[in-house]
Design a protein around this ligand. Structure first.
Ligand code: ADP
Ligand code: X2W
Length: 247
């Protein structure tokens, strides 16, 4: 699908500027399909703290018990997604909010139930329905999936964006975050190939949330996504991951 996917981390939502919306407008006018996948991790943690529900993360992944799952759905579908949709409307961009329960949009499976609880990865996307819905409007999709048995799963938003990009063979994937790219010695690494990742992890240059983000990005380029860009603004160069350095 001639599709551009942009993942917006929970931290990045409130920092979206006019250049971001202008870029969306240009893609839209050029006839490109655009899908935004939003996070909401910091917002989920904030509400958990307010409600005295402890947050447990393992390898950057939220351990999701029944109570945390209910709260995660509340925040993503009741807070972060409408906030983003309202912002798009304010900027005059036609958009539609989507989640796994709309026409079986995202199907998933448990990652490791004993370790993480209701955490999943995406195994299927209703491509036909999504393709139709993305005609003339920008899609805004939450990182939640449903198992074939109807269990909700919490999916890391980077993983969700990369999985959807992989399944739909999106041309470009942008992972917007709170840093200007992958940093080494305080400088942005402008270009990366998958083979660079293991030693950067080993040298502890890449840690925390950047690690699952890059692993997801590597899976996406292996599956045919032409380029994954990690940046703080759509208009900033950031770090571009491709299969080949000279590509
Ligand atoms: N080499 C690195 N370059 C940039 N950020 C890194 C690096 N290693 C670890 N990080 C951390 O990864 C974070 C981004 O990942 P994450 O917090 O999961 O973002 P988001 O919530 O936007 O998905 C950065 O804020 C930074 O703290
Ligand atoms: C399983 C898992 O960890 N899910 C994430 C989903 C939201 C997310 O990834 O949001 P950010 O991109 O803002 O971090 C979470 O519960 O925080």
């Amino acid at each position: 699908m001639n599709l551009i996917i942009v993942k917006i981390g929970g931290n990045a939502i409130s920092k979206l500027n006019s250049e971001f919306f202008e870029q969306l407008r240009q893609w839209h006018q050029a006839g490109k399909k655009v899908l935004l996948i939003h996070g909401g991790g910091p917002q989920i943690s904030q509400l958990s703290a307010k409600m005295h529900i402890p947050t447990h993360k393992k390898n950057g992944i939220r351990v999701t018990d029944e109570q945390t799952l209910a709260l995660t759905k509340m925040v993503l579908l009741g807070n972060t997604q409408p906030a983003l949709l309202m912002r798009l409307a304010h900027e005059g961009l036609a958009a539609i909010g989507l989640n796994a329960s709309d026409q079986q949009m995202l199907t998933g499976t448990y990652v490791d139930r004993a370790t993480y609880g209701a955490v999943g990865c995406i195994t299927g996307v209703n491509e036909l329905a999504l393709s139709k819905l993305l005609n003339g409007q920008i899609g805004v999709l939450a990182p939640l999936a449903l198992t074939p048995d109807g269990d909700w799963l919490n999916v890391n938003a980077d993983t969700a964006a990369a999985d959807v990009a992989r399944v739909l063979k999106a041309s470009q994937l942008y992972l917007l975050t709170d840093v200007p790219g992958v940093l080494k010695d305080g400088k942005v690494i402008s270009a990366m190939i998958p083979q660079d990742l293991p030693h950067l992890i080993e040298e502890k240059v890449i840690t925390d949330g950047m690690q699952p983000k890059l692993s997801a990005a590597v899976r996406a380029v292996h599956a045919g996504v032409q380029a994954v860009r990690i940046t703080d603004q759509l208009t900033h160069p950031g770090t571009t991951l491709k299969m080949e350095a000279n590509d």
